[in-house]
Design a protein around this ligand. Structure first.
Ligand code: FAD
Length: 455
């Protein structure tokens, strides 16, 4: 087998939103950084057409700044992001162009001097006396070993921590079930005006699933007022179609995200029940099922819903989007009580404020629980309590399952990544373990970098 090896200060595994922010912050603070990514682009689930939710809290106050906001500013500058829009359902919605997100992410990494290794999947890690010393990736039959002082696991599923044998939890406490994956796709040829006109005549069709409480003002004038919106609704119409036997998908809510391009929308409506996104067999079943659901849904929309008759599929995401898999054990653990009561501890390195948003793994329902204000995520949630030199970032950090319902959104994941990157760079700089880095030093650098840590 062809074998290569390299050494870095910081190796970031996974180039999604949290890995991107982690790599940028570590490199900008002087570390020699590599990102290891199995795809041929950066962005992970941020480049599937999803909007960034939760930059603002329920009251409209901004709770995430730093690199996440910098990405938005760069996209706005070239006209590829519609900016933050307050939303009666999601607190705030920020629609952006995923293709330009990829380009800008790459440009920023190159400017920061980060090495990128694409098309390589993590296959092994080496741990000596509790210390992670190496990760190994494989691509095209080539094995590449990377030694580093600090490793940041930004794979979403926590693959590096898993391979290192760290303890983890999966799914809701009572059932062990995880939120369902979704295969996202985009439609072109959509006639927004015709659909809005239909909704104005059938306001009852604005209702999404019964489980979602929609505040006043989530209506057609709101959708018309800003490009940054997400549509959730059509419950009544889908129910009738169901009864008539014309809705093979059996979903009761259409969810689409407006895009930066006229006539194009991104659809987030498929659901793969009882699917473990960290199991390749389940993932394979999910891809096949997802593709089938897309075909059924598009036929249904074209046939039965005004505004959709000339639609065609312009892209299907290269793989399923995974909402929830493993959460690892850290020095601290974010608990839902702290999230709900808006606790902001001294060692906060990121704020979250998005609703607790839990999609059911067995049926159509979605729990959306409002938060009055932001909560703080402590640095300890990012530090493995079992393996030295390993930081967790993004949706695999140390927290309980209900907390993930809020933490998992992309601005928050980027804020976590930024903090992990700062902590890693300080660890390298000071020649100490990430767990020994004083939290005050992390907080001071994050504040210099425009992170928002208090309200
Ligand atoms: C269907 C769906 C809808 C969502 N809707 C929204 C929304 O509207 N707004 C919002 O803000 N958030 C939304 N989220 C949540 C959000 O997209 C994710 O929680 C967030 O992207 C997680 O960021 P991450 O960096 O931790 O992981 P990811 O975005 O999953 O990135 C992980 C990266 O690591 C790479 N990787 C994984 N494993 C390996 C490996 N073994 N080797 C090498 N590379 C690897 C992946 O290719 C990927 O690039 C949604 C999620 C889903 C699935």
């Amino acid at each position: 087998m062809n074998l290569q090896n390299f050494h870095y200060d910081v190796a970031v595994v996974g180039g999604g939103p949290s890995g991107l922010a982690a790599a940028l912050s570590a490199a900008r603070h002087g570390a020699k950084v590599i990102i290891l990514e199995r795809n041929g682009y950066l962005g992970g689930n941020a480049v599937t057409g999803l909007p960034f939710l939760g930059f603002l809290d329920k009251q409209g106050r901004q709770v995430v700044g730093g690199i996440a906001q910098e990405m938005i500013d760069s996209l706005i500058e070239i006209g590829r992001c519609a900016g933050h829009n307050r939303c009666p359902l999601h607190n705030s919605v920020t629609v952006l162009d995923p293709e330009y997100f990829k380009i800008i992410a790459m440009d920023k990494c190159r400017e920061a001097g980060i090495d990128i290794l694409f098309h390589c999947e993590l296959v092994d890690v080496n741990v000596v006396n509790r210390q992670m010393t190496q990760v190994s990736v494989m691509g095209k039959g080539m094995r590449i070993d990377i030694t580093a002082s600090v490793f940041i696991d930004a794979t979403g599923d926590g693959d590096a921590a898993f391979l290192a044998g760290c303890s983890f939890e999966k799914g809701q406490k009572e059932t062990g079930l995880m939120q369902p994956p979704t295969l996202m796709f985009s439609l072109c040829g959509y006639n927004e005006e015709e659909f809005f006109h239909y909704l104005e005549q059938h306001p009852e069709d604005l209702q999404p699933a019964e489980s979602m409480q929609v505040s006043q003002g989530y209506d057609v004038p709101y959708f018309r007022s800003h490009r940054s919106y997400v549509f959730l609704g059509l419950r009544n119409r889908l129910k009738v179609l169901n009864e008539e036997g014309c809705n093979p998908l059996n979903r009761d809510t259409l969810i689409y995200i407006n895009s930066m391009n006229l006539g194009q929308i991104y659809v987030n409506t498929t659901r793969i029940y009882r699917c473990d996104g960290s199991d390749p067999h389940d993932l394979t079943r999910g891809e096949i099922e997802g593709m089938k659901q897309i075909t059924q849904l598009v036929e249904l929309l074209k046939d039965k819903i005004p505004g959709f008759q000339n639609c065609y599929i312009s892209s299907i995401n290269p793989s399923l989007g995974i909402r929830e898999t493993r959460r690892f054990s850290g020095k601290k653990r974010l608990a839902i009580d702290d999230v709900v009561r808006g606790h902001i501890p001294e060692d906060t390195i990121a704020l979250g404020s998005y609703k607790v948003d839990i999609h059911s793994s067995v049926n159509d329902s979605t729990i959306l629980r409002d938060l009055e204000g932001p909560y703080g995520i402590p640095l300890g949630c990012l530090i493995s309590d079992e393996i030295d030199g390993l930081l967790l970032s993004g949706r695999c950090i140390s927290m309980d399952a209900p907390s993930l319902g809020s933490v998992r959104i992309m601005p928050t994941c980027m804020a976590l990544g930024e903090a992990a990157g700062v902590c890693a760079s300080l660890s390298v700089d000071q020649g100490i373990l990430p767990a020994q880095v004083p939290v005050d030093d992390v907080v001071a650098l994050l504040k210099e970098d425009q992170a928002i840590l208090s309200i």
